[in-house]
Write a protein that binds this ligand. Structure first.
Ligand code: DGP
Length: 134
């Protein structure tokens, strides 16, 4: 897509700090530069998010996400990673080209990544009935 910043990075029109590339995927540092080694993993082909990418292509991206995550833990001195992925505006997606964030973690780094709930006491029986898929 001509007006997509991540497509421009894929085509080389916009620069990035590249971590990994193959024929289908690209990983590069997030320009936010807010967490050490904050990385984005994207498919080269434009999809909005996980809601429109075909399953086989999503599986490929997840494989690359795993490859980079293992590399960070096994070779780069991190103890673990968080992966974050936003889908649609309501979920705070701001770039509408599918991407997974990798936030590398170190023991006792003090980061609180997972969103905190409001300690609501939902009726899990009712919720599960509403959501059941099969
Ligand atoms: P999200 O809010 O989940 O859609 O994350 C989008 C991320 O993309 C955000 O953390 C900042 C990053 N980003 C936006 N524009 C650029 C860019 O031009 N280059 C790089 N490297 N990252 C970008």
């Amino acid at each position: 897509m001509s007006d997509c910043i991540f497509c421009k990075i894929v085509s080389g029109e916009s620069p990035c700090y590249k971590i990994y590339e193959d024929e289908n995927c690209l990983a590069f540092l997030d320009v936010a530069n807010d967490f050490y080694a904050h990385t984005l993993v994207i498919p080269k082909k434009h999809y909005k998010n996980i809601l429109d990418i075909p399953n086989s292509e999503l599986n490929y991206v997840i494989g690359v996400l795993q490859k980079i995550s293992k590399h960070y833990v096994e070779n780069c001195g991190f103890d673990g990673i968080n992966t974050i992925n936003a889908n649609n505006k309501c979920a705070n997606q701001s770039v509408f080209h599918l991407h997974f964030h990798i936030i590398p973690r170190r023991n006792n780094d003090g980061l609180h990544i997972f969103p905190e709930g409001q300690n609501n006491k939902f009726d899990l029986e009712e919720v599960s009935h509403k959501l059941k898929l099969n």
